[in-house]
Design a protein around this ligand. Structure first.
Ligand code: M3L
Ligand code: AKG
Length: 469
């Protein structure tokens, strides 16, 4: 049964989409196996020690007593874990020996591996295995000898033969809400005071930033209201999410329609919905805008456009799965060549819709202005398929149900997940001053994860097994 997911187009009825291509992130699997594992029977091939005393940890009791035995069917020794809910997990001993996280194999502070592959022989031997308190304990027949312990929850999550758990949930573990124009009724918003430590106090502000980044993750954007309408306050606010990403536009920018840079953003022309820096191997993660001034009247226009590319992709997939597949398959080059001394063109082209290793939509890269010459290694059929698909994608992007127009006013900052939500602008007249910055995709997601860890740590203890997935 493929995972399904409720697409909550805010304000609209819930759209239920089954993700045959596993397009959408789903609610996550629990880390601890959801079913108890069976008490071992004696294994003929190895002396199996298992404790008869109940474990100290009630949760571990639920999975206590896994079966563990040795086998060597594939030419290298293996350890088999039998789970109460059916399929056994088979691990090469080399895999488990390599994944030992005792302090001599895995630095407890830096969370880095301390063992190279040299000692990890393909036939590393086991002298004893024991299951106790929800852990698999292994005594290695190595010189010198070595002891390892693996939480059964780790083994369940790491199981590769067969795979028993989707790992994509290990990082973010929250569903996303795709939206259309009706998001205007209740856009995600936090207050400046709630995220600034000098106002809310350190702890409250840290939780405020987590709430803020959770909204950015869930919706792909979030407003911040009550921000002093200065560049300094805006820059300080941005740094609450992560460090600023320097580019050929500088770090923190404060711009207007003066063509000071060779880009249409520095004009007063309308800009269709797009994601920024499509010409970087690693496009900017967050795009932050704060309109510091635009006296209108007499100025006119300058409204900001927001479009959820993940919502558009879900609509595209429903209407024309082949078009979705085409935009997820064909790599498209982008460039930035408008500034003296800068000719940006990434060495590896990426498709407009980029799926992650789980087949889930992870990034939209859509910028018609910066698109390069198409067709490298494409077939004539690819050409026609891509144009048909891209036109359909663009028609959905520009449809009334997808577009969310908002006039940014001084005091309200918008934070945009540039890997997911496209932005644009109406043409304008008059003096319009906009400031903002980029934050790297990995950087803001790291900040969010670290804040979640602090929150979780207050309830449970941290452990080395939560890292490095
Ligand atoms: C730096 N600032 C945001 C003002 C302008 C950046 C120009 C962005 C460019 N059109 C792109 O899509 O990457
Ligand atoms: O001026 C604006 O509102 C947005 C400009 C823009 O799209 C950009 O800087 O990427």
């Amino acid at each position: 049964m493929l995972p399904t997911r409720i697409l909550k187009a805010a304000g609209n009825t819930a759209l239920r989409a089954r993700a045959p291509g596993r397009l959408l992130r789903n609610a996550q699997q629990p880390l601890v196996p959801s079913v108890p594992v069976r008490m071992a029977s004696q294994s003929p091939s190895v002396r199996l020690l298992h404790s008869t005393t109940p474990s100290k940890n009630k949760a571990q009791d639920a999975i206590w007593g896994a079966t563990a035995s040795l086998s060597g069917t594939s030419g290298s020794p293996q350890i088999v874990i039998n789970w109460a809910d059916g399929p056994a997990s088979t691990f090469d001993t080399q895999y488990l020996y390599d994944h030992c996280r005792c302090p001599s194999c895995f630095h407890p502070k830096t969370k880095q591996r301390l063992k190279t592959l040299g000692p990890v022989a393909s036939d590393v031997a086991v002298s004893a295995i024991e299951v106790k308190d929800g852990q698999l304990h292994v005594s290695w027949n190595t010189a010198p000898g070595h002891e390892s312990s693996f939480p059964l929850s780790f083994l369940r999550q790491a199981s590769y033969d067969p795979p028993l758990a989707d790992r994509f949930g290990l990082l973010d573990q929250t569903p996303q809400t795709f939206w259309g124009s009706t998001i205007a009724a209740k856009p995600p918003t936090v207050t400046y005071d709630s995220v600034m430590p000098n106002i809310a106090g350190e702890d409250v502000a840290e939780n405020g930033v987590l709430d803020w980044l959770n909204k950015v993750y869930e919706f792909g954007f979030c407003f911040v209201t009550g921000v002093p309408a200065t560049g300094e306050a805006t820059e300080e606010l941005i740094r609450r999410m992560g460090h600023i990403r320097e580019t050929h536009y500088g770090g923190f920018w404060d711009f207007t329609a003066d063509m000071s840079k060779g880009d249409l953003a520095y004009s007063n022309l309308a800009l269709p919905a797009h994601t920024d820096t499509a010409y970087f191997t690693d496009p900017a993660g967050l795009q932050i805008f704060h309109c510091l001034s635009h006296l209108s009247p007499p100025g006119t226009g300058g409204e900001t456009l927001l479009v959820d590319a993940f919502y558009v992709a879900s609509q595209l997939r429903e209407r024309n799965p082949e078009a979705f597949e085409t935009l997820a398959r064909l790599p498209v080059p982008f460039h930035a060549s408008g500034n003296e001394g800068t000719i940006l063109r990434p060495p590896i082209d990426q498709p407009v819709l980029r799926l992650d290793q789980h087949g889930l939509l992870a990034q939209a890269r859509w910028n018609n202005e910066d698109r390069c010459v198409l067709g490298d290694k494409w077939t004539p059929q690819d050409i026609t398929q891509w144009y048909d698909a891209a036109r359909l994608f663009e028609s959905i992007c520009t449809s009334p149900e997808a577009e969310y127009w908002v006039k940014l006013k001084p005091g309200t900052v918008v934070v945009i997940d540039n890997w997911r939500v496209m932005h644009g602008r109406a043409a304008f007249t008059g003096q319009r001053r906009m400031c903002g910055a980029y934050v790297g995709a990995d950087d803001w997601k790291s900040r969010r994860r670290a804040l979640k860890k602090v929150q979780q740590q207050k309830t449970g203890e941290d452990d080395v097994w939560r890292y490095g997935w």
